[in-house]
Design a protein around this ligand. Structure first.
Ligand code: AGP
Length: 613
């Protein structure tokens, strides 16, 4: 996710842009830039936060009543000055800011390179503005027509604003798959554009939410909205009601809840453009570059901490089932000090949301020093872990602000599933039909997560009953053993209730002594090869008067007389069930923590990234 903001009117643009970008930094903050129009166009951009950009722009440069700004969350191209937005066309006459991912930018770039274009950045966005100018010049079209024609060639998501030196009084904006809001200023000809209403709300509450496939053209102090097929649209103006703080959280009470609800999109973005079920093809740079290596590795070692370690545990089942390769999952903090035995034909995958976790970084360095190939699966583009990896793949979950990791976890599992499928394909351990079926099922997960989110009200009722419990147990088997661990961690870290996750079968080896009528036991009993065994474990708990909260596959009524509470989740492949089963557990933890008055987004004693030992 990135944050974009633009202004045209009688006021000085610079302060509006900077203040607006600071409000959008929750959407991304690895680099920032502005374009200001004062007769001609000035572009200032650099790596770092908005405040750093502001500090480098001298008072005398802060001129013009038209401008646009961008704060970046890198998806293509590491965070640096060159990859920061705005990006300019070949001639420098056009500039664009962009939030989204252009999936077919490689193809578009190839065509432009053949037509003599030169690029300065690694971004997909720069390709777009070159394409617009190429079309405008070669087909002799107006700027707005060239934008429309170019966008019809784009595959992917975008919210863009374009400025032109030759049309200084114009702003052109468009959206598809990424949000864009138009604010109607108090004065004639005054307009605001932004990723959401937070940069706009202090100036006007009259806004238009652009729809997918719409283009907003501001010229001669007038706003026109057209579709990408050139159909004029009647603007639908709404009155903003939310206050600023609510707006930054997208209307949610906490970033954590917002991020839980973003999971259908973050899972989709994490597989978008990477799987092709029809052909059973996978598109991932690291798989292309290391295919031979991946075919011949003898062991896979997954390292991480906390929730990322749990994603590694899910991946252990995935790689062993799909690719039939031995897997070890290691706490990075233990691995780094154990002097492990490693071989050059080992593959180590470091899993991390932040890409800055000290223990994981140290474990990676150790693995590399012993000759292993190291991949990174990370959410922050350009952070230390990807930079230290030989290769890897980014999760496209967008910034995760809540300290308790939610959407990053399901994004990690999504990406690891794709890598496991790719390795199965390379090693011939899984047939094309199974690969296709897994890909189609993966594509159905966002919708199933949407459905799981509808359980929220039901889960609030359960949270109300158990918010004062002193202990929780979470039980799961197979793929859902790590989900039990993750559910317990979520509860611990935001509600401060002691919780333990266990393999369900492990109960009889001690923990069952803890069961009494005060002990809520969350059991993941969705359809799986282990289902009958899990039911036996539920009976063992029941016999000792434990309170059972059972996650079951929708339609399964067999446990309604055994469990105290039944949460029905959509059915899916067992190997992909963590992507769905985790969601109700995230919601349960969230609501219990809120009911206990805990600081959900910044729990006590915790940091979002543990960059020290
Ligand atoms: C998860 O909710 C915690 N915030 C924590 O366990 C986290 O997963 C761990 O510190 C690893 O962080 P990373 O993914 O950024 O490396």
């Amino acid at each position: 996710m990135c944050g974009i903001v633009a202004y045209i009117g009688e006021k000085e643009a610079f302060p509006i842009l900077i203040k607006g970008l600071k409000r959008l930094e929750y959407r991304g903050y690895d680099s920032a830039g502005v374009a200001l129009m004062d007769g001609t166009m000035h572009v200032y951009k650099q790596k770092g936060r908005v405040a750093e950009l502001e500090a480098t722009i001298h008072e005398s440069q802060r001129i013009g009543n038209i401008g646009m700004g961008h704060t970046r969350w890198a998806t293509h191209g590491v965070p640096n000055d060159v990859n920061a937005h705005p990006h300019q066309s070949q001639s420098g006459d056009l500039a664009v800011i962009h939030n989204g991912i252009i999936e077919n930018f490689h193809t578009l770039k190839e065509g432009l390179l053949q037509r003599g274009h030169h690029f300065t950045s690694d971004t997909d966005t720069e390709v777009l503005i070159h394409l617009i100018e190429d079309i405008m010049n070669n087909a002799n079209l107006s700027l707005q027509e060239a934008v429309r024609v170019a966008l019809k060639q784009v595959v992917g998501a975008y919210a863009i604003v374009i400025m032109s030196k030759n049309h200084p009084e114009h702003l052109i904006a468009a959206r598809k798959g990424s949000p864009l809001v138009v604010g109607i200023g108090a004065d004639r000809g005054e307009f605001f554009l932004a990723s959401d209403a937070t940069p706009i709300v202090e100036y006007t509450r009259q806004v238009i939410y652009l729809n997918d496939g719409e283009i907003a053209i501001i010229e001669n102090q007038e706003l026109t909205i057209k579709t990408i097929d050139n159909q004029i649209q009647t603007p639908y103006i709404v009155e903003l009601e939310m206050n600023l703080e609510q707006l930054e959280k997208g209307g949610y009470e906490h970033f954590m809840l917002k991020e839980i609800y973003e999971q259908p999109k973050s899972i989709h973005d994490s597989f978008r453009g990477r799987i092709e079920p029809m052909s059973a093809e996978i598109h991932m740079q690291s798989i292309r570059d290391y295919g031979d290596k991946l075919k011949n590795i003898n062991r896979l070692i997954l390292i991480g901490c906390g929730t990322s370690w749990h994603a590694g545990l899910v991946a252990e089942y995935l790689f062993e089932e799909y690719a039939r390769i031995p897997v070890e999952v290691e706490y990075a903090s233990e691995f780094r000090y154990r002097n492990p035995v490693l071989y050059p034909d080992d593959l180590v995958i470091a899993i991390s949301q932040s890409g800055e976790t000290a223990d994981t970084l140290a474990a990676m360095e150790l693995a590399k020093s012993k000759g292993a190939t190291v991949f990174g699966v990370c959410n922050v583009v350009g952070s230390s872990i990807p930079r230290m990896s030989h290769a890897g793949a980014y999760t496209h979950a967008g910034p995760e602000i809540g300290v308790a990791s939610t959407k990053a976890f399901t994004a990690q599992v999504t990406v690891l599933s794709i890598i496991a499928i790719a390795m199965a394909k390379l090693r011939g351990s899984m047939g094309s039909d199974k690969i296709r079926s897994l890909m189609y099922e993966l594509e159905s997960i966002p919708e199933k997560v949407e459905k799981a989110l509808l359980l929220n009200d039901e889960i609030i009722k359960i949270a109300e009953l158990y918010k004062d419990s002193g202990n929780f147990l979470y039980l799961g088997r197979g793929y859902n053993f790590p989900v039990a661990l993750e559910g317990a961690l979520k509860l611990k870290e935001i509600s401060y209730i002691h919780a333990e996750g266990y393999p369900a079968a492990e109960m009889k080896h001690g923990p069952i002594a803890l069961i009494d009528e005060e002990m809520p036991v969350v059991v993941i009993a969705t359809n799986s090869a282990h289902y009958e065994k899990v039911v036996s474990n539920i009976q063992e708990v029941k016999a000792r008067k434990g309170k059972i909260i059972a996650l079951v596959t929708e339609g399964n009524t067999a446990l309604k007389n055994m469990a105290d509470h039944i949460i029905e989740v959509p059915a899916t492949e067992e190997s992909l069930s963590p992507l769905i089963n985790t969601v109700p557990l995230q919601l349960l933890s969230y609501h219990i923590a809120v009911m206990r008055g805990c600081n959900v987004d910044q729990p006590r004693n915790l940091a979002k990234s543990v960059t020290v030992e």
